[in-house]
Design a protein around this ligand. Structure first.
Ligand code: ADP
Ligand code: MG
Length: 728
């Protein structure tokens, strides 16, 4: 057997059985590596503690003196935990996380040394980060970038390092990361949602967006992963014939978790718990070797950080278990891909979930207000919602009959649909006392009851209401949640702002009571945004047709989807909500186009290399064996040879056809790449990669996968699907 493949397989056979680690109760060590409120109270002076809490709760500035105190205490806490270094931890536009470690260790003038960490180092750093994508914002001549402490996300210790969550911005003020726009969007939703929530409860002074993500991922044996150039370089398989058994028996979903995987999960979860990530659920997913991990939801900013951190931790812990985590949205053809559902809601500082109905009619009117405004926001910005989750890797998933389609729609269930139908008939203008009573008792009063038995769920919907939250299911498994959270919170903030203006106008100009005005505006919203509601099968062809009739966008690829990010409408939206200015938006668009082209370029190169250097030589090799065999047959059976050697000769011929199929298509792909690379316009280039180059992947793969079935298994150089997908 090919030495590379056989060595990798041998290695997996030699793996020792694992023991399941013992653990303490999680509540005993939850957050032990986080500089959270408890440790702050212990380490900070009263004054410094107050300063930080005010910054967290009210966004107030932390002055220099306090910063020095906080830094010193943070250092003492970190040293007590064995940390030697610190880093500003941030989320650049690559989608991952970044860190540059500096030691606390300093030399003093007299040659002695000590551990030092001051307010300056805590508050601001200037990493030499010129290699991060900035879309031209951070021209080397004009402006450098710096990281600035985000006190709303607590510092934590990861390995030997104190990590300080920061934002990354240019000196000219533009955001260079995923976190800055998120914080601005969370600010916007706080402001607008608080103003609306005050209609129902005057004491509300803050609204938080919450996020509960569900992370799907694949695990495969590390030796097998490392033996495949495509997995190493692109995170997915670019070729490989499907395994005779895949997911068709549905025997993996919620099945018993393999021992090695369980031991990985336990170590991973323990690390998460120490870092304050409240992980809760683990299970097998639909595909073989696919799993899911979900925490208890948190305030959105913290949840975003925790997910970014988790993706990093997963990779490291997997190594301890000789496993490799694949976060790619579609690592294996013909097998379900991975997503990251984003469960989202809004809650007030009085602890009320605004997307959850309650006991009183007023509470339920509040629920309907936020519910209907969210639907309307999605309707108005459906193309942007699709755009924000677009990526080269997520394109494989959306619309591939396993994940939500590339069309945005909202699923609310039969019961709430009927509530909306009734609300549509609310009288225009003033309501009679009878009408009001009827509405309160028979329509909104019934919501909590009907929701109790709200069991209908539609797994094909990209954006579904699930009882007390919306679940955005189109987000990719590799994505940084900051982007979808930025867009969702921004569009809902804008919608609530418009809503409040309209309601206030009706109260003032038409002399309507508050609840009458709210009913009136909501009624119009229901009528306006009906087209986004869809309860049927999102995978069906009929839905594509129906959606087109409704004027909903259906952008199947990244370059076409992300056009929605730079429309006048989007630019105005982000400007009005003070989330991003035009320069920031255009820079991001350019970075995404570049990233798209680069990803497809790398995949094309790897596929070409593997096809030409691994597959074709193996095919030729095997073909030579067949030729030798045919020669021998001819010698032995001179007369009957025609019929006896026929199958072998056919095979020789077929192999030649596939070899030429690979060569022809690979050469043509390379020619297209040359054209793309000579194109200066980034958008045009991305479209060439998408429409002209990517289609060759399937063509080349087709021939390679056919050869995999023809060629002696002993010779095949690449670890096969059936060998990768059933790791125990
Ligand atoms: P499932 O959707 O799998 O049936 P649940 O409804 O229990 O499971 O919750 C799924 C996810 O939704 C969990 O990660 C949970 O933390 C999150 N979630 C629950 N309530 C909220 C909320 N108010 N805001 C945001 N996320 C939430
Ligand atoms: Mg879910």
């Amino acid at each position: 057997m090919s030495t590379f493949r056989s060595r990798a397989l041998q290695e997996t056979l030699n793996r020792k059985p694992v023991k399941i680690p013992q653990t303490k109760n999680r509540s005993e060590f939850f957050g032990s590596n986080v500089f959270n409120e408890v440790s702050m109270q212990q380490y900070l002076t009263k004054e410094a503690y107050q300063g930080v809490m005010n910054a967290i709760k009210h966004g107030s500035r932390i002055d220099r003196k306090i910063a020095d105190q906080v830094a010193n205490s943070m250092k003492n806490w970190a040293l007590s935990k064995g940390a030697t270094h610190f880093t500003h931890w941030f989320q650049p536009l690559t989608g991952g996380t970044a860190e540059k470690h500096d030691a606390f260790f300093e030399l003093l003038a007299d040659g002695s040394s000590m551990e030092k960490f001051g307010g300056n180092e805590l508050v601001q750093q200037e990493p030499d980060a010129s290699s991060f994508p900035s879309g031209g914002i951070r021209n080397t001549f004009e402006a450098r970038g710096y990281t600035a402490w985000d006190p709303t996300s607590p510092a934590f210790i990861y390995g030997p390092t104190l990590c300080i969550p920061t934002i990354f911005v240019a000196y000219t003020g533009e955001a260079l990361d995923n976190k800055t726009p998120l914080l601005r969007a969370l600010n916007a939703i706080d402001k607008q949602a608080t103003a609306v929530a005050k209609y129902f409860d005057k004491t509300v002074s803050k609204v938080n967006a919450s996020l509960g993500w569900e992370q799907e991922y694949f695990l495969i044996d590390k030796a097998l992963a490392l033996s495949r150039p495509d997995i190493v370089l692109t995170g997915r398989t670019l070729l490989g014939h499907s395994s005779a058994k895949g997911q068709q028996l549905d025997d993996h979903y919620f099945g018993s978790i393999p021992q090695r995987v369980l031991s990985f999960m336990i170590e991973l979860e323990n690390e998460c718990i120490k870092l304050g990530i409240p992980v809760k659920t683990r299970h097998n997913e639909v595909a073989p070797n696919q799993f899911e991990l979900a925490p208890i939801y948190e305030e959105a900013n913290l949840a975003v950080d925790h997910n970014a951190l988790l993706m990093d931790i997963m990779g490291r812990i997997a190594t301890n278990h000789q496993l490799k985590v694949l976060l790619h949205e579609k690592p294996f053809k013909g097998i379900n891909g991975s997503g990251k559902h984003n469960n989202w809601s809004l809650s007030t500082d009085n602890g009320v979930n605004l997307l959850s109905p309650g006991k009183t009619p007023m509470r339920n009117l509040q629920f309907l207000t936020f519910f209907i405004n969210t639907i309307k926001a999605i309707y108005k910005h459906e193309a942007l919602m699709r755009a924000e989750i677009a990526s080269a890797s997520n394109d494989h998933r959306l619309g591939a009959n396993e994940a939500p389609p590339a069309i945005m729609s909202v699923f609310i269930g039969a019961q709430l649909s009927s509530v909306l139908r009734e609300l549509e008939n609310v009288t225009d203008g003033k309501l009679s006392p009878e009408e009001k009573t009827d509405l309160k008792l028979n329509v909104i009063g019934k919501i909590p009851e009907i929701l109790l038995d709200n069991t209908d769920r539609n797994r094909t919907s990209p954006f579904a209401f699930t009882g007390n939250k919306f679940e955005f299911r189109a987000v990719g498994s590799m994505a940084n949640c900051a982007t979808p959270m930025t867009v969702l919170n921004t569009i809902v903030a804008k919608q609530l702002k418009d809503f409040k203006k309209q309601v206030d106008l009706l109260i003032e100009k038409k002399d309507l009571k508050k609840d009458e005005a709210i009913f009136n505006v909501l009624r119009e919203y229901i009528k306006d945004s009906k087209d986004i509601l869809f309860e049927g099968n999102g995978y069906g062809e009929e839905w594509e047709k129906e959606a087109a009739k409704r004027g909903l966008s259906n952008n199947k690829t990244t370059p076409s989807a992300i056009k929605a990010k730079v429309t006048k409408k989007t630019i105005e939206l982000f400007a009005e909500m003070e989330v991003m200015n035009e320069k920031e938006i255009l820079a991001r668009h350019e970075i995404e186009l570049q990233a798209y082209s680069l990803r497809i370029q790398i995949e094309g190169r790897v596929l070409g290399d593997v096809a030409l250097n691994h597959v074709i030589p193996t095919a030729v090799n095997y073909q030579n064996t067949l030729i030798k065999n045919v020669r021998g047959l001819k010698e032995v059976f001179s007369k009957e040879f025609e019929s006896i050697g026929k199958d072998q000769m056919d095979l020789i011929k077929k192999i030649s056809d596939h070899i030429s199929g690979i060569t022809k298509n690979t050469n043509a792909m390379v020619e297209e790449r040359k054209k793309a690379n000579a194109t200066l316009d980034e958008e045009q280039k991305a479209f060439i990669y998408c429409d002209k180059i990517k289609p060759y992947f399937d063509k080349i793969r087709y021939h390679c996968d056919k050869l995999e079935l023809m060629i002696d298994d002993e010779l095949w150089p690449l670890v096969k699907y059936r060998e990768m997908l059933f790791t125990r």
